[in-house]
Design a protein around this ligand. Structure first.
Ligand code: ADP
Ligand code: ZN
Length: 725
């Protein structure tokens, strides 16, 4: 098998012109029969890496996938592209499984998705042995590792695949990159001398922002106002908070729903469906949501609480912008989150070692949120990826912090901690520094200490900002085992007693911060006429997609992705060939949906032309509209500076596509009859010259062109009828 075939299949089935980086190399390895490990971030096109070998090689590819929803979506997606695929898991009954097995035995299926439980079950082994298998693909392969964050014990039994089928290539794929997991995958699956591909984990289209956790709700409302109508997920820590947040957002006029593990299966499916089908744009959810959802146009992911670790964070924000269009990740963080996680981890099952690991990872997460360093650099460094510049697309890059000599501020805070005999937590410390008259402060006599009210020059939020940096720098620590009171560390004592200096990032004055935030918004630029037309058409196409999806009972993204619709609105394809040129339109989708979308585009273009608008890039239409205004072909040729032949060709094209007008002035009914009657003699594609010669020049090229157009028009209408049946 060669890459030429792979390339043709990519175009034919998926409608894409070229492979993305690494895809080609990975496919080559599989063709060479090598075991392969693929580490690629979400949305970068892992599936194509095994789907193309699966459709081009003999036999059936067995794909192990942990999530029923994901399997279903992938199988639907493949079927929509004309690739025969099926799944076997606990969601189907005995009869359905029998039907799949029959189809398999007859060699009708190119990809079989199986849950790990099914794959390792005794009952499945005879079937597996009787099939001609092209390859094994282990999706979400990190589930095999107890170091990973989605450990699935059944995965560890998958070693039998390599034992029993040593010569069939196995490809393991994951979006989780850490080294331990990587090693585990290779050894636990018994992969033999695998080729390893690690793609860049950068997702440059996702802009990364981190914000302090104060007034989160107001911040979210502000954010949503700036992104009207966009789809997005807001991750919350607790089940209650999902529901409360969704209710509050609804009260503010946003359409939001919530999702968590305690809802019934049916409720969860509904929420998920409404999200995928663009009926509910905003979902407030626990992190269970989003796994296995293949929705390419998620425009933002907000973390209402700090994620537990950077792997989780990166995987969750990776659900945004799979279509490559600009998207946003917004993270809120506060100490409260760290403290609740710590308690949760300490009370959880597992060895002390595991708990400590969890806490370490949490600390890294926290450091990420707090460090005034380019976010992308920090997170990619965590995944061992060298990224030696500032990204320009994160909050730090867009608004770099200024530093100042924070020694005095730090001393005030440290002194207040010591003088309060290390009895206060973060909030109380700030209240002391700002001289608050809170009852507890009075009761504890903290209004008597020397530093009471010594920090009034900073607001409450500023103090939190400064203290968090001090914590990060190791000047103070939180006694998690003693009601989270603050303690001064050895390093802190050096600042307090020995005058060691400290550089801190400057808190920004409110007004300035607001201005800076505004600066981050894209500048408002009025749209050009062309862009306006494009938007208008795009909206029509989106509406059509929704209608078509409803009729077919599939999610809209299974019809066409946003990227595909955008390209359609831009290129305005009017012929099959032009349609196939649009990324994401393969042969099957052309056949299923091409006419409906071309008809919509045609209608739109004609309407605009009739309104007298100039619309570029559709020559036949321009000619046609002038013709309908009563100009003769010769006049049009003169006006447009084109040859008469081209103009006639434009008109013939419009006629082919079903526009109604009289052609008798160019060809008599008799000539039309005779020429069309003979066309079946000639090979496709029809050559005018051959036909001309066949009739010894009795008919002109124009006449032949019209006869051909007439024939094509008939065929076009015929094919349309059958397609609609
Ligand atoms: P992953 O499994 O890595 O999360 P997917 O396989 O779902 O990613 O691919 C993400 C998106 O990119 C899908 O919409 C997919 O169709 C698209 N895609 C994949 N490969 C290509 C390609 N070579 N050209 C254009 N689009 C592609
Ligand atoms: Zn950056």
């Amino acid at each position: 098998m060669n890459l030429e075939t792979a390339h043709l299949a990519l175009k034919k089935f998926f409608g894409y012109d070229s492979f993305r980086p690494l895809q080609k190399d990975i496919i080559q390895q599989i063709y060479d029969g090598r075991d392969t490990l693929v580490l690629m971030p979400t949305g970068c096109g892992k599936s194509i890496c095994f789907q193309i070998p699966a459709v081009t090689l003999d036999g059936v590819a067995i794909v192990i996938s942990p999530l029923i929803a994901l399997m279903k979506d992938q199988v639907e997606g493949l079927s929509a592209n004309g690739v025969p695929a099926a799944f076997i898991n606990s969601s189907i009954n005995y009869d359905q499984q029998r039907r799949v097995e029959d189809a398999l035995m007859q060699g009708h299926i190119k990809l079989l998705y199986v849950s790990p439980e099914k794959a390792v079950s005794q009952g499945f082994q005879p079937l597996l042995k009787s099939l001609k298998i092209s390859l094994f693909a282990i999706d979400e392969a990190h589930c095999i590792s107890s170091w990973g964050h989605d450990f699935r014990p059944e995965y560890t039994q998958l070693k039998f695949l390599k034992n029993q089928f040593p010569n069939i290539p196995l490809v393991a794929l994951t979006a989780t990159a850490d080294k331990l997991t990587r090693k585990d995958i290779v050894s636990q699956l018994g992969m033999r001398d695998p080729s390893i591909f690690i793609s860049s984990f950068d997702r440059p289209n996702i802009s990364l922002k981190v914000s302090g956790g104060q007034r989160r709700f107001e911040q979210i409302v502000e954010f949503l106002k700036q992104h009207p109508g966009n789809s997005g997920i807001i991750y919350c820590l607790g089940r209650n908070s999902c529901q409360i947040l969704a209710e509050k957002l609804n009260a503010k006029g946003f359409k939001a729903d919530y999702y968590h593990a305690e809802l019934s299966n049916q409720q969860r499916n509904k929420v998920q469906d409404d999200f995928i089908n663009d009926r509910t744009p905003i979902i407030c959810a626990t992190i269970a949501f989003g796994m296995g959802i293949d929705k390419s146009n998620v425009r933002f992911v907000i973390h209402y609480n700090l994620p537990r670790n950077l792997e989780g964070y990166y995987q969750e924000i990776g659900r945004a912008g799979r279509d490559g269009l600009p998207s946003e990740a917004l993270l809120f963080f506060s100490y409260g989150d760290v403290i609740s996680y710590r308690d949760m981890f300490m009370q959880s099952e597992g060895s002390l070692e595991q708990k400590e690991l969890k806490i370490k990872k949490l600390e890294r997460m926290y450091e990420f949120a707090e460090a005034p360093v380019c976010r992308r650099r920090t997170v990619l460094a965590y995944f061992d990826e060298a990224y030696e510049r500032d990204c320009g697309n994160c909050d730090i890059c867009l608004n770099p912090p200024r530093r100042f000599d924070g020694t005095v501020a730090a001393q005030k805070a440290l002194s207040a901690i010591v003088r309060s005999q290390e009895r206060v937590g973060m909030n109380m410390l700030v209240d002391v520094l700002r001289g608050s008259a809170r009852r507890e402060i009075m009761e504890m006599g903290l209004n008597q200490i020397k530093t009471y009210g010594a920090g009034r020059e900073y607001t409450f939020d500023d103090w939190i900002f400064l203290l968090s940096q001090m914590l990060h720098l190791g000047l103070l620590e939180i006694a998690y085992d003693a009601h989270n009171v603050l303690r001064v560390t050895e390093a802190g004592k050096k600042v307090l007693f020995e005058g060691k200096t400290v550089q801190l990032a400057l808190p920004q004055p409110k007004e300035k911060a607001k201005k800076a935030a505004e600066k981050q918004l894209p500048e408002f630029k009025p749209k050009s006429k062309t862009e306006q037309l494009q938007d208008e058409l795009l909206n029509l196409l989106i509406a059509l997609r929704r209608l078509v999806a409803q009729q077919k009972g599939t999610p809209p993204h299974q019809v066409f992705s946003d990227v595909t619709l955008r390209q359609m609105a831009e290129k305005r394809p009017l012929t099959d060939a032009e349609m196939l040129d649009v990324s994401g339109v393969g042969e099957r989708k052309l056949q299923l949906y091409g006419d409906a979308f071309m008809a919509e585009i045609r209608r739109f273009v004609l309407e605009k032309l009739e309104e007298g608008q100039r619309i570029i890039g559709s020559s036949p239409f321009q000619t046609y509209s002038l013709y309908k205004q009563g100009r003769s072909p010769q006049e049009i040729a003169d006006m447009r500076g084109q040859s008469l032949v081209s103009i006639m060709n434009h008109l013939a094209t419009m006629y082919e596509k079903g526009e109604m007008f009289e052609i008798n002035e160019w060809i008599s009914p008799e000539a039309l009859d005779i020429i069309t009657g003979s066309l079946s003699l000639f090979p496709e594609p029809l050559q005018l010259k051959e036909i001309h010669e066949h009739f010894n020049g009795r008919y002109s090229y124009d006449e032949i062109r019209w006869a051909v157009a007439h024939q094509q028009r008939m065929q076009f209408q015929e094919s349309r009828k059958t397609r609609l049946d």
